[in-house]
Design a protein around this ligand. Sequence first.
Ligand code: BG6
Length: 299
Amino acid sequence: MSVEQITDDGKVKILRLNHKSGAVCEIYTYGATVTKFKNAAGKDLIWLSTTAKLDGTKAIRGGIPLVFPQFGQPIKEMAQHGFARNNTWGYDKESDITSDDEVGVTLFLDQTMATHEAWPFPYRLEFQVFITSNGSLRTSLFVKNTGAEAFKFQCLQHTYLNVGDISKTSVNGLQYQRYLDKTSADTSVLNTEDRAAVDFKLFTDRVYLNVSSPSEGKGIQVSTGDGTIQVEGRALWKDGNQIPSDTVVWNPWEEKAKGMGDFDDDGYLKMLCIEPGLVADFHLLPPGGQVSLVQSLSA
Ligand code: BG6
């Protein structure tokens, strides 16, 4: 069990978690972006575009970029998906955790490291990345209000799953959930998912509302040609109370994939984004408040 630092010019660029099971995870300090998670069976669960920019000039295309303080661009002056994914996060080796069966790191970002005049609030983000005792990847994003006034925010873990072959992929766990369809003419219409197994044959960009409900023990199962990836997302207040959270499902499909310079032309055939978040609305965080958004991935 170890945490390795892969350095470049003396600056930490990549952290690598090595778990005794053989599972491996890599995290760029740029955006605190997880770019790789290979489980004990040697299966790569995360998709990363071969044309992704990994030099800190652009948010990483693939992996698990972090979206904060806005999802999309409700605040027009600020870049789409906010500023957390394209700034370098802090990392302190002393916060590493290596126990008998877990290995993990914590990265952090605050307003002295990244901010925007359209959202000028003191805050602290922490992102904990763990390979757990059962060999799954647990990523927890903590949003803290360190200022004197409440702020509104959205956040999300923009997880790109490596599904191998989209034509053999379907998602279970969304039936009867309400969703907004961002590909439709009126994106405010509330639809209901009627399929038990959601498959993908075209551009898909949906926000399923209030999907995760740990009390009901629900998760999302992504069936691929060679197995199942389990995705669980949930959000909690500091006091442990649960907040209903959302799940975005996105595949840009052929034309839009080709339109992105950092997205492999045929990448849409191999990936699917399943993104747990607090995005359907802005959430209000009082001074001293904290919210966590936790994702577990296993196969
Ligand atoms: C998804 C959004 O989460 O991210 C899509 O629902 C968006 O609308 C996609 O296109 C990718 O965004 P970006 O900024 O990384 O190209």
